[in-house]
Design a protein around this ligand. Structure first.
Ligand SMILES: C[S@@+](CC[C@H](N)C(=O)[O-])C[C@H]1O[C@@H](n2cnc3c(N)ncnc32)[C@H](O)[C@@H]1O
Length: 284
């Protein structure tokens, strides 16, 4: 008979695991999220044949567990929901305000590579939506010389692998306008039927890394013109939200653009940013 773990997490276990999650990844898991937490972890306990959350936690925090289990745990406890052109106002703003501001004339393209960071990027839809927007700007303004790179990062190795592959079920791209789908995706044939892959010309402009934004420093060796940090801060305490934004803005060029999710706010944070439109900021 299968063991049922869903209801068997004690309050002490929940407290211990939640504290650990918040200290490692910033994600808050209050009592109200106990069912969510048990739903996400119970399958894993079963797979590893642990009889209780405390024994699983003991393994997770052991030397072996930190090395082998923590990456899997990070994926299990985070919410990866994303989609192409999520919160489309941001992509419209990029196309109609930010890119024209950066590239006034063809002269502005010379010797410049636009650098964008999508942190967190989940399975890559945000990164490829950004790339499609830049490609459209290049096409419409006859500026093929514009160069750009987009770095996508996430704490979960699993989503980063998916992002690198850039392959999505047709259902994931169905809301993308037809002409963009034709220009920027390849449709799978025979065994790949029902899937679409981002074109290689875009894929080669992207790079993906596993980065925990709770870490003290980030492995970025350049400054970015634009940073998208959307729909993650909402799961964090105000204190961690401010800390992460402070660290990220340290990698933003002066006058660079910073985007957050529509249900997030940077109000009352002490950051080197000025608000220029709803959920859009510029470095002072
Ligand atoms: C809801 S998705 C948002 C993806 C995308 N930015 C969007 O708006 O569609 C949130 C992502 O944050 C990631 N995440 C959670 N905690 C993180 C951390 N400490 N460092 C980096 N990424 C984290 C999760 O793995 C998840 O993929």
């Amino acid at each position: 008979m299968d063991m049922m773990y869903t209801n068997s997490m004690s309050e002490t276990e929940r407290y211990q695991i939640s504290n650990f999650i918040e200290s490692q990844f910033g994600i808050r898991m209050p009592t109200t999220k106990k069912i969510l937490l048990t739903t996400r972890l119970s399958k894993r306990l079963k797979e590893l044949d642990f009889e209780s959350y405390s024994t699983y936690f003991k393994y997770l925090t052991s030397e072996d567990g930190i090395f082998n289990e923590l990456p899997i745990f990070a994926d299990l406890v985070s919410t990866h929901e994303t989609r192409f052109f999520r919160e489309p106002q941001h992509f419209n703003y990029l196309l109609n305000k930010v890119l024209p501001d950066i590239f006034h004339t063809k002269y502005d393209c010379h010797g410049k590579t636009l650098k964008i960071l999508s942190a967190p990027c989940s399975t890559g839809e945000e990164v490829y939506s950004l790339a499609c927007t830049i490609e459209e700007f290049k096409r419409v303004n006859s500026m093929p010389e514009i160069k750009y790179t987009i770095t996508g990062t996430d704490v979960s190795e699993k989503v980063i692998h998916k992002a690198i592959h850039g392959i999505y079920p047709e259902s994931a791209i169905e809301t993308i306008p037809l002409e963009l789908k034709h220009r920027y995706f390849l449709r799978g044939k025979s065994s790949h039927e029902g899937f679409a892959k981002i074109i290689p010309e875009i894929a080669e402009r992207t790079c993906f890394k596993v980065v925990n934004l709770m870490d003290c420093t980030y492995p970025f060796f350049e400054e970015f013109d634009i940073i998208f940090c959307r729909n993650m801060l909402i799961y964090f305490s105000k204190e961690n939200q401010e800390l992460i934004c402070m660290k990220l803005t340290g990698y933003l060029k002066n006058d660079g653009y910073f985007f957050i999710g529509h249900s997030e706010t940077l109000m009352n944070f002490n950051l080197q940013l000025k608000n220029i439109a709803p959920t859009i900021y510029r470095k002072k």
